[in-house]
Design a protein around this ligand. Structure first.
Ligand SMILES: [Zn+2]
Length: 159
């Protein structure tokens, strides 16, 4: 069909619909592409469950990637400050860049109990215990992270 003939056919369509509508009054009221509320709800449910599946898969991936760590690694200005076993409870006073952070290792978790940095973000961080978790104190240049000794990036030294 040549383009102008197609355009003419489209132009005739309202007239066609009106003609049909006179003959079949129900059709006149029918909306084009109308989706019933039930159908829309079903589509929404499908979309929501698909999203939930994706979230669940992502969560599972994270769980598998995150291994149990055995060592708390502390670095200041990007340099190793100390490594401590996560299984031995202790308190480490870290002095860095004119400030101090009190690192507490307790019950297999590490957290900053107190710090005199201006933002206090490190002290507000929840305790960490798994690899790939870390607490950062930007003002003091302190990074607390959990590693597994034996992993490629961790030397076999536990202080
Ligand atoms: Zn801090």
């Amino acid at each position: 069909m040549p383009p102008n003939a197609r355009a003419a056919a489209f132009a005739r369509m309202p007239a066609l619909r009106d003609a049909l509508g006179k003959r079949y009054p129900k059709m006149r009221n029918a909306k084009v592409n109308a989706v019933s509320p039930q159908r829309r709800l079903k589509n929404d449910l499908i979309l929501i469950s698909a999203l939930l599946c994706v979230l669940l898969l992502a969560g599972l991936c994270l769980l598998f990637l995150q291994k149990e760590g055995d060592t708390v690694s502390v670095s200041v200005n990007g340099e190793l400050y100390g490594r401590y076993s996560i299984y031995e409870d202790r308190v480490v006073e870290i002095s860095a860049n004119g400030g101090s952070n009190r690192l507490v290792i307790r019950d297999g978790k590490a957290f900053i109990e107190a710090a005199d940095c201006p933002d206090g973000i490190c002290a507000a961080h929840r305790p960490i215990s798994g690899t790939r978790q870390s607490i950062v104190c930007l003002p003091h240049g302190v990074v607390i992270s959990i590693v597994r000794v034996g992993d490629a990036d961790a030397p076999d030294v536990v202080v």
